[in-house]
Design a protein around this ligand. Structure first.
Ligand SMILES: O=C[C@H](O)[C@H](O)[C@H](O)COP(=O)(O)O
Length: 262
């Protein structure tokens, strides 16, 4: 139950719980991927079951789609929804301007498409995800399997030319096989350390043949809801410049906590 959660899970949970309050009847909502987004999906499922909330969710991965259906959310595809009122998703890093690194779970492509098709992107994160400069978290780049070593070499040449080489790129693996995304692609993780000009890097990477998308989300996120292990929540809105502080008391919620992980 909530009392048994680690501080990091409590932080993710309170951020997710607060963000779920943004969802209103009739909305079309993008549902992110990852452990924090899984908390959100569980919270929304509870609101559907207990409070009769009626909304349609567009998942950003097969994992999220399965969980959303499991908890009772009406799932529709982006093709059906076309445009979304709101997307709520996690992030691997965010900076003061709410630029993000995403894709630690390999879902960056669908996440970026869904976020860009939304009126608002709200990111939920524990406080440890905030950074001064993006790049300590390896930057995921989705590449098509055909000729991926050549694509990797081109990316590394580009990084050298931009003076952001770090420790180069590695192919993401699952056991002894390359990781495969929902779109059938591979992921190269770029170990950069610090990204000076994230906007420029995001654009340059997508020019390289074989690159499908990169995990830099620049000027896409509107609001971040930051959770802390003691129940505190900080909400920053980049458009209005407002910062709100709140606190959430933990309650026993068997339905939410019976199935940890994502
Ligand atoms: O591909 C995965 C996503 O971008 C996730 O939202 C991101 O990796 C954060 O995941 P988590 O909430 O598990 O830290």
């Amino acid at each position: 139950m909530a009392g048994e959660l680690s501080p990091i899970d409590k932080a993710k949970f309170v951020a997710a719980k607060r963000a779920a309050e943004f969802v209103e009847d009739g909305m079309r909502v993008g549902l992110g991927t990852g452990s924090t987004a899984a908390w959100l999906v569980r919270c929304l499922g509870e609101m559907v079951r207990e409070e009769g909330l009626k909304f349609r969710g567009v998942p950003t991965s097969t994992r999220t789609a399965e969980l959303a259906r499991e908890v009772g959310i009406e799932v529709v595809s982006l093709d059906e929804a076309r445009w979304l009122d709101l997307t709520i998703d996690g992030a691997d890093e965010f900076d003061a301007e709410l630029n993000l690194i995403k894709g630690g779970g390999g879902a960056l492509l669908q996440e970026k498409i869904v976020a860009t098709a939304s009126d608002q992107l709200l990111v939920i994160a524990d406080a440890a995800k905030e950074v001064e400069h993006l790049g300590a978290f390896p930057l995921p780049v989705e590449v098509i399997p055909f000729g991926w070593p050549t694509t990797q070499a081109l990316i590394e040449e580009t990084l050298v030319a931009m003076d952001v080489m770090g420790r180069g790129a590695t192919l993401r693996m699952t056991g002894d096989r390359p990781f495969i995304t929902d779109e059938g692609n591979h992921i190269l993780d770029l170990h950069l350390g610090r990204i000076g000009n994230a906007r420029q890097l995001a654009m340059v990477l997508n020019q390289i043949p074989g690159v499908v998308e990169n995990g830099l989300f620049i000027d896409i996120c509107d609001i971040v809801v930051i959770g802390y292990g003691d129940g505190r929540i900080e909400m920053r809105d980049i458009n209005s410049g407002t910062v709100e502080n709140d606190r959430l008391d933990f309650v026993e919620t068997d339905n939410l906590f019976s199935d940890l992980g994502d």
